[in-house]
Design a protein around this ligand. Structure first.
Ligand code: PGA
Length: 259
């Protein structure tokens, strides 16, 4: 059984004080979610990380960053290193989000470089992949996902891949209110797993956790996570309020029990 992992991607939202308040409000709402049942992660902006790490200390809420640079240090204005995130108490990192790819020139090669640096530093990584509406309508979804997987995970071995979390986020579903239907999402997750099996072996492919992301809400989380190959969610908008994120987490866990 793959453990459910629900992560909130706060994107460019929440100052340090707002982030602390959100975690303080979330803690009692998810206090009874045991570590055996689901992993809960929140991913605030860099300047909010320390406040959130402090607020989450001793609770079942883990903290992730939204990016990490491949170099240890140096002339990379605006970037952040593994050592900086470690010292801030961060355990997880999101890499290759479609907004990074779309607006900031992220490529499969840079995702791969960031991923290697993150793994070397011991972070748990959520690697995002997903097709645009144009690519889906052009019947190129599988080709695009295969390219993102092959490029993003280049040079990794099967054991490393088995410990990864992937986030399948169809770009057309992010922040749009349009969710992939559970059947559509499941079919794509199944394709991702079969592609991984062909490249890294069946065992690694069965162990990789694949989150769905893109307008996941309390109302649809249960149905999505009830699908056999959907192991959790990466949530934007619905993770910005404690009550909606907590309800989403509970509904996702209830959904996972129907598998
Ligand atoms: P959304 O964002 O839940 O607001 O659609 C998801 C994401 O981009 O990770």
């Amino acid at each position: 059984m793959r453990k459910v992992i629900i992560a909130g991607n706060w994107k460019m939202n929440k100052t340090a004080s707002e982030g602390r308040a959100l975690v303080e409000a979330l803690k009692p709402l998810v206090a009874e979610v045991g570590p055996e049942c689901a992993e809960i992660v929140v991913c605030p902006p860099f300047t909010t990380l320390s406040a959130v790490v402090e607020a989450a200390r001793g609770s079942n809420i883990k903290v992730g960053a939204q990016n990490l640079h491949w170099a240890e240090s140096g002339a990379f204005t605006g970037e952040i290193s593994a050592a900086m995130l470690r010292e801030a108490g961060v355990e997880y990192v999101i890499l290759g989000h479609s907004e990074r790819r779309q607006y900031f020139g992220e490529t499969d090669a840079t995702v791969n470089a960031r991923l290697k640096a993150a793994l070397k530093a011991g972070f748990k990584v959520m690697v995002c992949i997903g097709e645009t509406l144009e690519e889906r309508e052009g019947n190129r979804t599988e080709e695009v996902l295969a390219r993102q997987l092959d490029g993003g995970l280049a040079d990794l071995d099967a054991v490393t891949v088995s410990g990864l979390v992937l986030a399948y986020e169809p770009v057309w579903a992010i922040g749009t209110g349009k969710t992939a239907t559970p059947e559509m999402a499941e079919a794509t997750h199944r394709f991702i797993r079969s592609h991984l099996a062909a490249r890294f072996g069946k065992e690694a492919a069965e162990q990789v956790r694949i989150q769905y992301g893109g307008s996941m809400k309390p109302e649809n989380a249960g149905e999505l996570v009830a699908q056999p190959d959907i192991d959790g969610g990466l949530i934007g908008g619905a993770a910005l309020k404690a009550d909606s994120f907590a309800t989403l987490i509970k509904n996702a866990i209830a959904g996972s029990r129907k598998k």
